[in-house]
Unconditional design. Sequence first.
Length: 247
Amino acid sequence: MARRKLVVGNWKMNGNRAGNVELLAGLKALGPFVADVVVCAPFPYLADVALSLQGESIAWGAQDCSAHESGAYTGEVSAAMLAEFGCRYVIVGHSERRAFHAESDQLVADKAKAALAHRLTPIVCVGETLAEREAGQTDVVVKRQLSAVIHTLGHCVPQMVVAYEPVWAIGTGKTATPEHAQAVHALLLAQLGAASPKASDMRILYGGSVKADNAASLFAQPDIDGGLIGGASLKAADFAAICRAGV
Ligand code: 13P
């Protein structure tokens, strides 16, 4: 059975209260969608977003969470705090956090575990840099990143969503070709399959310069189950068009 598509907007550190109201109003007016749709907003706006999306079919999530339960971790936000507000999803291991905050594969895995402990679905990002791609290391890198998560989650592996985001494609306008993305997704699915008999139910998203005009060809690939969208998730019409692509 085909997996239902999942389209996640990652607003990153963009927006303001008035702009968010407009964006969400636009999105609600353009829905409902056949695909599962999620928006991941910056922490201070999550309560507003939750309120705005009450009773809607659009879910919301955060862009990061702490690996720790509670305690002296200034500036961090725990999975328990997010869950208390009705959060359903959390992105972990985004390449911007791996690069700018030196997050290791194990820390990302620990964050995914913390999320699951509070019934949040972790969207675990993996992806190679341009240098790694040019060195022919794509497969090795994504397998290493995913392997840490698989080992840490154990039997909970099928409860996560994986997102393949080649770093060289993020915000650059250089999308991976559907064939390249599909090849990496197939590799990730095989790795998940070796770890869990339920892997065939899992969703693997593609992210990196997904736009309204290239989403359909990416989502048509057999192992691309939707997208993690940055820039194009900031405009309601563009994001809605991506949510409708391929379903
Ligand atoms: P862009 O869609 O802006 O390339 O960003 C992708 C991304 O990083 C989503 O998490």
